[in-house]
Design a protein around this ligand. Structure first.
Ligand SMILES: NC(=O)c1ccc[n+]([C@@H]2O[C@H](COP(=O)([O-])OP(=O)(O)OC[C@H]3O[C@@H](n4cnc5c(N)ncnc54)[C@H](O)[C@@H]3O)[C@@H](O)[C@H]2O)c1
Ligand SMILES: O=C(O)CC[C@@H](O)C(=O)O
Length: 389
């Protein structure tokens, strides 16, 4: 029996995905957290906690180093809400090109019964432009960026992308008409619209600031549906006030950009569709079950991704530091207890490694002794024994 604790609104379809071996919100010693945007950066994790699964993509709300040190596998659900973000960004591109926000405000503030005369006279104030033929720069061509790029092409736009770390999977998704830039400056130079779809990390904070804004075409429209801080809001406000940028749309409000002309703020709703929330929750629940029942680390963001078919009835998994002789030490501790190894796999990601060992038999006491002995190795973060169901 495994215990799962949920944070935020997790879609019912996800909670219903769990088998009877998983209990939801019934214990203070959970094996798994299933989360969305809850800020866990200062959280003290219970010793029982083995995994944190983020239903969604951005995991900057999870302290990865602390989790790894405590042997907690952290996952996200890549792509689960990418279509939702794509549709929102495309809708905002159309909304800004057609002056929909100002037009709506104009049409709402007067109370006279017949406004047709006035609107027929004034409507040219809201003349817009079409997206077809305009240029879009997409910074970050992963799950969201690639979809935005392809959708923009389908609307007749010219698209240029910048992503120095593009994965081969993402590259397959991108239409070959999307041009590649080798710098942000080159990507944004002639773009009428610029949209940013990168993770928030130390390298992307302030990715779009004064230098990049200055490099943009006059009157460009800018979108930040990634995270607060990736676009420097103070610099954008100045660029808007100076008339350099014509409109800024973001999913992340903060006081300095509140109630400013030509800034549209939404309350972090990029992934807030029924479909995306369900995708994330179902994918998240599957991830919890797979990890706890088999040690599968596919889509882990702090451990190497390993999916090893069971080769024997028992599995020992070890999360440890990526240093020499760990595999040797693990094998020796097993040999000391006459545990015969059927299969052993090991992989590393940065300073962390993961070893999966399948064995034919490991009785309760021998298993507990093995866990104790492996835990004495200073570089070991967590040991688990999983019985194949
Ligand atoms: N507003 C929302 O509700 C919402 C919803 C989904 C995702 N997001 C945010 O959007 C981000 C992107 O989502 P995704 O699903 O496309 O993620 P993803 O991981 O599929 O793609 C991110 C892409 O950014 C690229 N990248 C990383 N650093 C870069 C840099 N310095 N310059 C250019 N490209 C860089 C990566 O190579 C990758 O291709 C997420 O990390 C999350 O923070 C927000
Ligand atoms: O609504 C959510 O859970 C956040 C969605 C989004 O920011 C993500 O990173 O996936």
């Amino acid at each position: 029996m495994y215990q799962v604790k949920t944070f935020n609104a997790i879609a019912k379809s996800g909670l219903e995905t769990f088998s009877d071996d998983f209990k939801i919100n019934q214990s203070d010693d959970p094996d798994a957290y299933l989360i969305r945007s809850v800020n866990l950066l200062q959280e003290k994790f219970p010793e029982s906690l083995k995994t944190i699964v983020r239903c969604g993509v951005g995991y900057n709300n999870v302290p990865l180093d602390k989790a790894t040190e405590q042997g907690i596998a952290v996952f996200n659900t890549p792509g689960s809400n990418a279509n939702a973000v794509k549709e929102l960004v495309i809708s905002l591109m159309i909304a800004t090109a057609r002056n929909l926000f100002a037009a709506n405000q104009y049409s709402n503030i007067h109370s006279e019964a017949d406004i047709s005369q006035r609107t027929e006279k004034d409507k040219t104030k809201f003349n817009g432009t079409e997206l077809a033929g305009k240029r879009l720069a997409v910074i970050g061509l992963g799950n969201v960026g690639s979809r935005v790029a392809n959708a923009a092409l389908a609307l007749g736009m010219k698209v240029i992308g910048y992503d120095p770390f593009l994965s081969s999977n993402a590259a397959w998704r991108i239409d070959n008409q999307v041009k590649r830039a080798n710098s942000i400056r080159r990507a944004v130079k002639n773009a009428d619209f610029v949209t940013v779809h990168v993770p928030k990390n130390q390298d992307t904070i302030g990715l779009i600031s004064t230098t990049e804004l200055t490099a943009m075409k006059d009157q460009a429209v800018l979108f930040n549906y990634s995270r607060i801080g990736i676009v420097d809001n103070k610099a954008v406000l100045k660029a808007i006030q100076e008339g350099k940028i014509s409109h800024y749309c973001t999913d992340f409000g903060e006081p300095i950009i509140a109630d400013q002309k030509n800034i549209t703020i939404t309350p972090h709703i990029g992934g807030s569709t029924l479909e995306a929330e369900s995708n994330g929750a179902v994918q998240g629940a599957d991830t919890v079950m797979n990890y706890l029942e088999s040690g599968d680390t596919t889509n882990s963001v702090n451990l190497p991704n390993m999916k090893v078919p069971f080769e024997a009835p028992y599995r020992v998994t070890v999360i440890h530091k990526n240093v020499p002789n760990m595999v040797g030490q693990i094998a020796t501790k097993m040999a000391d207890r006459e545990i015969n190894i059927e299969n052993m796999s090991n992989a590393a990601k940065g300073s962390t490694a993961y070893t999966v060992v399948d064995v034919n038999s490991i009785d309760g006491e021998n298993g507990q002794n093995l866990i104790r002995s492996l835990n004495k190795i200073p570089e070991v973060h967590r040991v688990r024994i999983i019985e194949h169901q």
